[in-house]
Design a protein around this ligand. Sequence first.
Ligand code: PLP
Length: 397
Amino acid sequence: MKKGTELVHLGRAKGNFQGAVNPPVYQTSTVLFPTLEAYHDAERGREHYQSGPEGTRTDPAYGIGGTSTTFILQDALQTLEGGECCLITPSGLSAVTLALMSFTKAGDHILVVDTVYGPTRRFCNKTLKQYGVEVTFFDPTIGAGIEALIQENTALIFLESPGSLTFEVMDIPAITAIAQARGVKTLIDNSWATPLFYNPLSHGVDVVIHALTKYIGGHADLILGAVIGNKKAATPLMKTYKNLGITASPQECYIALRGLRTLQARMERHQRSALEVARWLQARPEVSRVLYPALPEDPGHAIWKRDFSGAASLFSVVLKRHYPFEQIASFVNQLRYFGIGCSWGGYESLVLDMNPSGTRSATSWQPEGSALRFYIGLESPEDLVADLEQAFVRLSD
Ligand SMILES: *Cc1c(COP(=O)(O)O)cnc(C)c1O
């Protein structure tokens, strides 16, 4: 089956759910069993979805471990990423923190990419440090140079590609080759690419994280996360999930499943429109650079082309000069179709000014001009371009 067909068919065996097209929302805390024997069997492994090795499944005997709605979403994401286990968490950030807590203990050292999602960085610097974990940030373009940063006590390397806000593409296979040789786990935040455009487990990564909030939800009405791991990662992830008491609402899992069905059609459209808008922006006299690996001029283009099968529609633009905040605000406020907000992945376009210099330590962000992050939604790109064109007047003086 191709990915597009999988997205439509996963978890929808013919004749299930009394003929309903979509799996229903199983909303329950208590799960009842016909016999005491069946109850104990269920505790040992999921009765209906027992494809995974023992100990890699959430508890089917009580709603905290999920209901059938959750299990169908878990299985779908696990299949799409080629993993051996999948856990659903109440947000993308909690998926990140669950994964980090599963593979660290007091006295460990971890390596985190400098361009990581801001709240992930904050969790490492605040919470993990509080529990005795030492954190070193590294340049996203480090590649095989990561070897020099690995210490005796390095437990994991946390990756995100392309980087948040600045979109540097990482040489993941170069890093995982070294990590595997040194016995260090690798974790990646794959929210930008979605399971459609990049499958890190096939490049040697151990654990993949998704903010389902973004493209998979796709309609700006969901907050949910997922962690997908290989076989070795399954037991530590499961134990931490269970011990922390994490769970996700079946209603939210249903929304994520519904989003999955249309993911390919949406991503194709997002990608086409983003390329069109990005190319148009590149040609503007006010624009110095567009930070978007899908463009051949982008420094990360070659690696992106080698490893990814598509590009998401989130990118940044560096202008040729620094404008006063009031002028940037006037440009942004003038836009009719670009919402002013942070959580991308929905159907609607977004824009924000951006300046990551305060959250970088291994790299320095010294751009030639003001910078903006654009998210290209499902509107007609002609309208988006026309909207940008009328707003650019605010940047001429
Ligand atoms: C939004 C985002 C998250 C967090 O997702 P939430 O559901 O908002 O917690 C994690 N990683 C990346 C790259 C994101 O963009």
